[in-house]
Design a protein around this ligand. Structure first.
Ligand code: PLP
Length: 362
């Protein structure tokens, strides 16, 4: 029998913090004394407007977002932003630069190309089979680039930048799978965006944090719900926002604050990742291909020396309450995603299971 609460290693939608789920469950049929769930109230009513403002304020506090940045709550996931970013930040024919470190970077590049911009791939790690990030100083951003886009954490390859790239052009970053995993100097960025469904809540919400001076250049053809300046002016309520997801983002940001903020998250996440990589590196039975400096704290892919044991490994893990460990279909093997809501006990349970599986099979 699968335990009621399993350790869920899914890459996303991902495990949510239990206290957040319990609080949401307790308020599900009567939120804020309304006699309704938060899903049923008007997004323009004062209670929900306050709820969204509170979620934004808490996000600003934990990320220490400086003055001069707008926080937008959008829909269409991170994928819609792949296209919205060139629509908002460039005129047709202008040059933009991208670092390609994996499948999500590659998707962002393809969507930018479809927006008729000149895409310069300043560094391309496809040749390394996406097992590293470009060394600082090893690539050049063209002088005329309107922005430099990169993917701080590649969810599929398990590759994470250990540093923020240097760039004269505004930095644009897809933080979908690493936002809120450790402290971040937002002032280094022109635009940060992320789908919520890993560290921020349920899918259906995308968060964009954008420097105000970059707003207001959207191409006239930009759909209004993807026009950052118009959305900023309307407090992200040009249309009906994903209210339940925004409410959950608020609960999660408060949970992070109560858990010690991003410093504490970072320490916990580093310890979790270290435990798992040590187990992989300390065995000939398991392997991770990523160069050590660029290993992700959030997504840890690993293979078994004998891939014919993969399905047995997964079935045994499932029976032990360790779920969603199957690797991405394009990579194979296993992938353990260990976002903020995964306690260190979950990683210990996985390492114990891996050790025992190796003992009986190697
Ligand atoms: N970027 C990264 C790094 C991701 O991990 C994902 C989804 O897993 C996406 C973009 C796409 O996000 P969405 O499904 O919200 O469009």
């Amino acid at each position: 029998d699968v335990p009621v609460r399993v350790y869920n290693f899914s890459a996303g939608p991902a495990q949510m913090p239990l206290p957040v789920l319990e609080r949401a469950a307790s308020e599900l049929t009567d939120w804020a004394g309304s006699g309704m769930s938060v899903m049923e109230v008007s997004h323009r009513g004062k209670d929900f407007v306050a709820c969204a403002a509170d979620a934004e304020a808490a996000l600003r506090r934990i990320l220490a977002i400086p003055e001069g940045y707008r926080v937008l709550f959008l829909q269409g996931g991170a994928s819609a932003q792949f296209a919205a970013i060139p629509m908002n930040l460039t005129a047709s024919g202008e040059t933009v630069a991208y670092l390609n470190t994996g499948q999500w970077s590659a998707k962002a590049i393809a969507e930018a190309r479809a927006q008729e911009v000149e895409v310069v791939v300043a560094a391309d790690e496809a040749d390394s089979a996406y097992t590293t990030t470009p060394a600082p100083g090893s690539y050049e951003v063209p002088a005329e680039a309107r922005y430099l886009h990169y993917t701080p954490n590649e969810t599929i390859g398990g590759v994470e930048f250990p540093e923020i790239p240097q760039s004269h052009a505004p930095l644009v970053a897809d933080f979908s799978s690493s936002i809120l995993s450790r402290p971040l100097d937002v002032s280094r960025f022109g635009l940060i965006y992320a789908g919520a469904q890993k560290n921020m809540g349920p899918s259906g919400l995308a968060v964009v944090i954008v420097r105000e001076d970059l707003l207001g250049r959207a191409r006239p053809s930009t759909p209004s719900v993807l026009d950052y300046a118009r959305m900023a002016k309307a407090d992200s309520m040009l249309n009906t926002p994903p209210t339940f997801a925004v409410y959950l983002l608020g609960l999660i940001t408060h949970w992070i604050e109560e858990s010690g903020g991003l410093e504490a998250m970072g320490q916990r996440n580093q310890a979790k990742a270290a435990l798992l990589y040590q187990a992989i590196d300390g065995s000939d039975f398991y392997a991770n291909p990523v160069q050590e400096r660029s290993r992700s704290w959030m997504n840890v892919p690993f293979t078994l020396a004998d891939p014919s044991l993969d399905s047995e490994f997964l079935a045994g893990a499932q029976a032990a309450g360790l779920t969603n460990l199957k690797g991405h279909r394009s990579v194979g093997g296993m992938r353990a995603s260990i976002y903020n809501a995964m306690p260190i006990e979950g990683v210990r349970a996985l390492v114990d299971y891996m050790t025992e599986f190796e003992r009986t099979k190697a």
